[in-house]
Design a protein around this ligand. Structure first.
Ligand code: AKG
Ligand code: FE2
Length: 317
């Protein structure tokens, strides 16, 4: 079966992505289950597929994470990163300061990263969307843009029920135009499902990224969906739902400029990230009463409050 859109396919979704979501929201509001502000946020998220909160995370909480990231070289061996220099993905960080690579799942080893991605306001909003506590399960701390092309996260962030997915993009500094700012098509979350040649929403490993991205872009342009670039300020939180079409806006010279952002994907704690199919990898570390984190790179649970004493990353060969 060739990859393409399937306008007839229906899959279970978050309630906010269902056709009658606004009616459901009215019900929640009428029973007092959500405040005025939350109802407004949910209505925007339902209608547009995304939501921005300005300055939602206080500077001290952001600064704690930034200073931990600046000091990662003091903990060689603890962090899984892109390691562009060696052209190998997911190698542990070296001992030199680094302002280039992206760090995978820093919430495992850094409490500051958990405080950011499961900030009480974020956890509350995601709990409303999920009707369950949020499980953070794929986090990327970007120091610079990696120039991601057009995609929907359902292609690369795989849950047992693929549409039960949301994400945050949290600015750790004021984002400068041309540094690869996040860009997205408004309301693209309601496109027909894109299905890969494997018959699934997750990437088949064969369809070239360019061809896939170009078709998503064309579908959005045909529908005249507005294109937005997110010039976020430090502490701003951008939420998006499973199928919102997004990318890094192409960078302009000078390349390599800082664009510090923390991206986290979440599913309801009642769902399972794909690697949970291996029973030995089902570790979940709770974070306060708010939610939890899971990782395909690091063995959980029994994570302490601070850095783990053993730099294990058992799940990567
Ligand atoms: O931050 C970016 O440029 C895009 C990140 C992204 O799309 C993701 O991690 O899902
Ligand atoms: Fe993405």
């Amino acid at each position: 079966m060739p990859a393409g859109f399937d306008p007839t396919l229906r899959l279970p979704t978050l309630w906010t992505d269902t056709p009658d979501a606004m009616d459901r929201l009215r019900g929640l509001y009428a029973t007092g289950a959500v405040t005025d502000t939350e109802a407004g946020d949910l209505a925007h998220f339902i209608d547009h597929g995304w939501l921005v909160w300005n300055k939602a995370i206080d500077a001290a909480t952001i600064d704690a994470l930034v200073s931990d990231v600046r000091a990662l070289h003091e903990k060689p061996g603890y962090f899984v990163s892109t390691d562009f220099e060696h052209g190998r993905q997911k190698r542990l960080m070296g001992a030199k300061p680094d302002t280039h690579n992206s760090i995978f799942d820093p919430y495992v080893n850094l409490r500051s990263a958990r405080e950011v991605c499961l900030h009480p306001r974020i956890a509350r909003f995601l709990s409303l969307v999920f009707q369950a506590k949020p499980l953070a399960f794929q986090q990327v701390l970007f120091q610079q843009s990696n120039g991601h092309g057009w995609h929907q996260d359902t292609a690369h962030v795989v849950v047992d029920s693929p549409m039960l997915l949301a994400a945050t993009w949290i600015a750790l500094e004021d984002i400068v135009e041309g540094t690869g700012e996040l860009a997205f098509y408004d309301r693209s979350h309601r496109l027909p499902h894109w299905i890969f040649a494997n018959g699934r929403k997750h990437h088949d490993g064969e369809t070239p990224g360019d061809a896939y991205g170009a078709q998503l872009e064309r579908a959005c342009e045909e529908r005249q969906l507005p294109y937005h670039r997110l010039l976020a300020r430090k502490g701003d939180v951008f939420f998006w739902t499973a199928d919102l079409v997004h990318r890094s806006h192409p960078r302009t010279p000078p390349l390599g400029r800082s664009r510090m952002a923390c991206v986290t994907h979440y599913c309801p704690a009642t769902s399972m990230p794909h690697w949970f199919s291996d029973a030995e990898k089902r570790g979940i570390e709770p974070h306060r009463e708010l939610g939890g984190v899971a990782s395909s790179y690091y063995k959980l649970p029994n994570l302490g409050e601070m850095i783990r004493p053993v730099p294990t990353w058992e799940y990567y060969e």
